[in-house]
Design a protein around this ligand. Structure first.
Ligand SMILES: [Mn+2]
Length: 362
């Protein structure tokens, strides 16, 4: 069962005694993934147990990221120790062998493909902190899953507070507060999405009190490249409506990426445009995976990525159920899948599934 099996206090205890810690997160890290991983790494390295005895020059904790990194990764992480894992898998020599591994903002093997082979034999050292409704319980026996949190950064902030023995989130060091704030801000669409509630606003307010720099983060991370604007133009040209305007569908083919020079990292957030149409209840974007999305078997696979959002109106269409039928998952209002099938095939299937999902609500 994908449910909590431990407490943040117990995770804190295990991390206290660990000498070398890897903190990692899902492929193609977003603001919450980077914020929770890098924030936790900083807290681990600043905690009273942070210095590795006899080896003060090497940090105790390091973040591992993989898949196309966001353009702002370096600016946001600053001097946080982090590594970009190559597509061929991690390079970890014996002296860097971690005795604790923390996976944040995901609990799915499918989101950890590049490091899955490395993780499997180290299962007993893995701890998971996540806020997604779906995950693989065989990833770790030590899971802290809070689906009520808008961002993984919420439980991670609490863990940082415990590690640093801070009386409140408002007492966290500024550099840690800034990273944690980034996750809360981005996973709520800068406090616009339906997952905004009192707990995330209270936590974010505390982090602002601790010195998190809202204006700088917004400027650094909420950017568009000319290539992305070109991709948005082509995506909007592909826009079609189905089921009496209740489904808005965007389609991005390889050619759209090639002609604009955009990468798969440029396709995020496009459903925000279609969600603004009053009749729309579900927004979907289909995109053909690019060779750069894969490891060594690039070119031999035909993969279509599906991203789904449903509006917070009553009744809400459960896009998690739709994504699961396609082999993926996520939340009720935000979910996705990767299908080993051509885009036009997936498109037909998706239109039918959303139709069923919408009619079962009425
Ligand atoms: Mn998240």
């Amino acid at each position: 069962m994908w449910e909590t099996s431990t407490t943040l206090g117990a995770i804190c205890q295990r991390l206290h005694t660990a000498r070398r810690i890897v903190v990692t997160t899902h492929v193609k890290p977003d603001g919450d993934a980077v914020g929770s991983a890098a924030g936790l790494v900083r807290a681990l390295n600043q905690s009273a147990w942070g210095a590795s005895p006899g080896n003060a020059t090497r940090p105790r904790a390091c973040a591992w990221f993989f898949g196309p990194p966001p353009p702002w990764l370096g600016a946001v992480c600053g001097d946080t120790p982090y590594t970009l894992v190559p597509k061929t898998g991690p390079v970890c020599n014996a002296e860097d062998e971690p005795d604790a591994i923390v996976v944040v903002d995901t609990g799915s093997w499918s989101q950890l493909e590049i490091i899955a082979e490395w993780l499997s034999p180290r299962r007993d050292r893995i701890m998971v902190i996540d806020h997604h409704a779906q995950g693989d319980s065989d990833l770790s026996d030590a899971r802290y899953i809070d689906t009520a949190s808008a961002a993984a950064c919420q439980p991670v902030a609490e863990l940082c507070r415990l590690l640093l023995r801070a009386p409140s989130l408002g007492a966290l060091p500024k550099d840690i507060a800034t990273l944690l704030y980034l996750g809360m801000a981005t996973d709520t669409g800068w406090f616009r999405h339906s997952n905004v509630g009192p707990s995330v606003m209270h936590a974010a307010a505390d982090l602002l009190a601790a010195g998190a720099d809202h204006a700088r983060l917004l400027q650094e991370t909420d950017q568009n490249s000319p290539a992305r604007l070109g991709l948005i133009a082509r995506a909007l040209e592909s826009l079609e409506f189905h089921h009496n305007g209740q489904l808005a569908l965007l389609t991005l083919r390889r050619e759209d990426f090639e002609r604009t020079g955009a990468t798969s990292g440029d396709s995020g957030g496009l459903t925000d445009f279609t969600q603004s149409v009053p009749s729309v209840r579900v927004s979907a974007i289909l995109s053909e995976a690019l060779p750069s999305d894969f490891g060594p078997d690039a070119g031999t696979r035909t993969v279509t990525k599906v991203s789904l959002r449903s509006k917070a109106i009553d009744p809400t269409a459960d896009v998690n159920a739709i994504a699961r039928t396609l082999g993926g998952g996520g939340h009720v209002r935000a979910a996705g899948a990767r299908c080993d099938a051509p885009i036009d095939e997936v498109r037909q299937r998706l239109i039918e599934l959303v139709g069923k999902g919408l009619s079962s609500q009425v």
